[in-house]
Write a protein that binds this ligand. Structure first.
Ligand SMILES: NC(=O)c1ccc[n+]([C@@H]2O[C@H](COP(=O)([O-])OP(=O)(O)OC[C@H]3O[C@@H](n4cnc5c(N)ncnc54)[C@H](O)[C@@H]3O)[C@@H](O)[C@H]2O)c1
Length: 338
């Protein structure tokens, strides 16, 4: 059994707890929050130890893995402490809000010989995995461009739930909080990015960070990309889609949460092969919950002593892309990635 603990008992911690419970070789044994009442649902449902003091929890030598589920700007110090206490780390996205903080986490995990995984669960959506496989098989030929679109609704009440939401110091806007998953997909599926140009605005929400962002990118392989992300869509989540256009293939994954195949046309695939893929996704558009993949993968990574599928460096690369888009919008200039 691999024993897990969670710090930050808010919304996303519930998914971690559920999926730890759903994983055979995993066991939730402790939670930590600065607000004691936040821990009550977890102690009641999972009969786990509750720690208000993180340092005390880190002394619990039964704990193997810590899930960091606090506001984003607080991930780094908590993840570093976990690594120093020789606990493996699962950190919610974004890994951190600055590259310096991301580096501190990656370095601490490396130096202390513990695993690090960042929660980018969209990679495990069934349709996205099919697209990744087709790309890895070279089915698209030379790429023309790709498109990541997040047209969602986060109303003012969402931002008003907690003082950290929508702030630059602890959260960021639609790119850092919501669309970072789709930026991770662009990097994972299409490849490294050389240059970005973006415009952003805060149009409809009373927050410090951006609620709408548009941008273009050039991949190192020469293909172009378009990123559109907004939490301003009236009246509810409208679309999350991901498209790839190549000389011998066109695929669009769409729906409210990029779970459906809207279009799949690949030259080297027979009609039967294509229909089989479309049918498979229609029958099971959501698959296993993304957080389950992340938890199970951490268990396997520990047992097999290998890097988790979504590594700390992957988390840092997605963050670097967000920060480049921010810098471009602020300077009103294209920005090259380091
Ligand atoms: N992967 C995903 O799909 C996904 C979805 C939602 C949120 N998230 C990420 O999860 C993180 C948390 O988001 P949330 O919506 O659960 O937030 P939340 O506000 O609901 O919960 C945060 C919890 O952390 C606690 N906390 C804050 N500072 C603390 C500290 N120093 N020590 C202990 N506890 C502390 C708060 O009391 C609160 O209970 C964010 O980084 C967010 O970006 C990821």
């Amino acid at each position: 059994m691999i024993n897990f603990a969670i710090i930050g008992c808010g919304h996303i911690a519930k998914k971690h707890a559920e999926q730890i419970a759903a994983t055979e070789e995993a066991n939730l044994i402790a939670v930590c929050d600065k607000i004691p009442e936040a821990m009550v649902p977890f102690t009641e449902q999972y009969h786990v130890e509750a720690y208000q003091d993180y340092d005390e929890m880190l002394k619990d030598c039964r704990i193997d893995v810590i899930c960091i589920c606090t506001p984003s700007g607080l991930h780094a110090p908590l993840a570093v402490k976990a690594a120093q206490a020789k606990k493996h780390v699962i950190v919610e996205k974004p890994i951190a809000l600055t590259l310096e903080d991301a580096d501190l986490i990656i370095k601490a995990c490396k130096e202390n010989g513990v695993k690090l995984s960042v929660v980018h669960p969209n990679r495990f959506r069934p349709a996205i995995m099919k697209l990744k496989q087709a790309m890895d098989e070279g089915r698209f030929g030379k790429l023309s461009h790709a498109n990541a679109t997040v047209r969602w609704n986060r109303n003012q009440a969402y931002y008003d739930q907690a003082p950290w939401r929508g702030t630059k110091a602890l959260d960021g806007g639609v790119l850092m909080n919501q669309a970072i998953h789709n930026l991770d997909l662009l990097l994972w599926i299409v490849g490294d990015i050389e240059e970005v140009y973006s415009m952003q605005a805060t149009r409809l929400r009373n927050i410090e960070a951006e609620d709408v962002s548009v941008g273009v990118v050039r991949f190192k392989n020469g293909a172009l990309g378009v990123i559109e992300a907004a939490t301003t869509i009236y009246p509810k989540n409208f679309e999350e889609s991901f498209s790839v256009f190549g000389e011998s293939g066109t695929v669009k994954i769409s729906g409210r949460t990029a779970n459906n195949i809207a279009h799949w046309d690949i030259e080297s695939m027979s009609v039967e092969e294509t229909q089989a893929i479309i049918k498979e996704i229609e029958n099971d558009p959501f698959g296993q919950p993304g957080h389950k993949w992340i938890i199970q993968d951490m268990v396997n990574a520990i047992k097999e002593d290998r890097e988790p599928i979504v590594s700390g460096v992957d988390g840092k690369n997605a963050l670097a892309l967000v920060l480049a888009l921010y810098e471009s919008a602020e300077r009103n200039q294209p920005v090259k990635l380091g």
